[in-house]
Write a protein that binds this ligand. Structure first.
Ligand SMILES: Nc1ncnc2c1ncn2[C@@H]1O[C@H](COP(=O)(O)OP(=O)(O)OP(=O)(O)O)[C@@H](O)[C@H]1O
Length: 365
């Protein structure tokens, strides 16, 4: 059985720091990630000088965790936040630094929840595997909820492959009038922010865990979201630092998992579900994407990715199946063209409207 987060933290609590407390009680452990028998985490010191003196503690922490049953690889990285670090400026920021928009200061470690007071609920939209349509579902669901009168925000937290600017038809970058608050875009009735609006297009993002956390922190806490009934967060695929940071810091009300019906996607979807459950984030439901395909020429229905696998999984887990969406050329074209299909009329817009209704029926907002 894989090691659990709690087992690791209990072990790390044994490591007393020279100036009192331990790594856990002093809130220094960040981005704890367990993948099979591999464990990774970041030790965040209050400032670089302290970090430099902590290498022995980092080694001891690795040894303690490595001694746990079912752990064969451990990697602990030391990092620091503090006065001796300088915030990057946008003009000179290389691609391995978090964006700052001149908002001043390196992202600070936070203990208070990240969720701004004006946002009633944060709902994470995740998937185990990439390319299953999580971003397509997020943008269309956001638009469908907005069409039903909800105040909706959409945060594209897919740091490595932001697609919402294209799918939502963004034509300008995010701006900040006062150098502190980032102004989001307002598109198809939805308030939208994406890391893609802060980066040069085509520039690779090469960030370590703490940088990702800083960027996420900025995109939630420093964006002028206004009053929202719900902020949908389009997560990167998988179970990494962004998911962990969001669920641990942002007071997430629930998660929706998008999957295609075939076994390989479901296998990864189960891992995502397991992660949300470990982080005590309620699963609001599953969505089966690319569920069926109706040939536009002969009208025959087929199931290129299998059929019903997500429904069976939802049933097994006792969580609702929020919807099954077909593989549909117009959905793809609409996304590529910057106007989600849910913004128009027709069968697919109707399908997303029903999905939004079912989500509202969960009673969350
Ligand atoms: N139901 C659908 N019918 C047709 N095309 C779809 C459908 N859902 C998604 N697509 C297309 O599949 C591609 C991948 O979708 P999308 O980017 O939404 O997936 P993702 O899970 O967010 O991927 P990533 O992991 O890369 O972020 C896109 O070109 C999108 O237009």
């Amino acid at each position: 059985m894989p090691v659990t987060r709690d087992q690791i933290l209990i072990e790390l609590e044994r490591l007393t720091l020279p100036d009192g407390g331990n790594l856990v009680s002093r809130d220094m452990i960040r981005a704890l990630t367990i993948e099979g028998d591999s464990v990774r985490f970041v030790i965040e010191a209050p400032d670089p000088d302290i970090a430099r003196k902590m290498d022995a503690i980092r080694g001891a922490a690795e040894d303690l965790v490595a001694a746990l049953p079912d752990v064969s690889r451990v990697s602990a990285i030391l990092t620091a936040h503090g006065p001796s670090q300088k915030a990057p400026t946008p003009s000179s920021a290389p691609s391995d630094q978090p964006p700052s928009l001149k908002i001043g200061g390196h992202p600070k470690p936070q203990t208070a929840p990240l969720k701004p007071a004006g946002i009633k609920h944060i709902v994470a939209i995740g998937s185990g595997k990439g390319g299953v349509g999580k971003s397509t579902v997020s943008s269309n669901l956001a638009v469908a909820l907005a069409r039903q009168g909800r105040r909706v925000g959409l945060l594209d937290a897919d740091i490595y492959g932001p697609s919402q600017p294209r799918m939502m038809g963004a034509t300008k970058r995010a701006a900040s009038a006062d150098g502190k608050v980032i102004e989001p875009l307002h598109l198809h009735g939805v308030t939208m922010m994406s890391i893609g609006l802060m980066m040069d297009e085509g520039k690779a993002v090469v960030w370590r865990g703490p940088m990702l956390m800083g960027a996420l922190q900025q995109m939630i806490g420093q964006v002028n979201w206004g009053e929202l009934d719900v902020l949908l967060v389009d997560l990167p695929p998988g179970t990494g630092d962004v998911q962990l940071t969001l669920c641990q810091r942002a007071d997430v009300s629930g998660a929706i998992i998008v999957s295609t019906p075939q076994d390989v996607a479901l296998l990864d979807a189960r891992k995502a579900i397991d992660m949300f459950q470990t982080l005590k984030t309620p699963i609001l439901g599953l969505i089966e994407n690319m569920s069926t395909f109706v040939c536009p020429h002969c009208g025959t229905e087929s199931h290129p990715f299998g059929h019903g696998g997500v429904a069976a999984e939802a049933d097994k887990m006792g969580v609702p199946l929020l919807g099954a969406l077909p593989l549909d050329l117009d959905t793809r074209l609409a996304g590529d063209g910057g106007t989600p299909i849910a913004a128009g009329e027709g069968a697919q817009a109707q399908a997303y409207a029903q999905l939004a209704q079912r989500m509202i029926a969960t009673g969350l907002f």
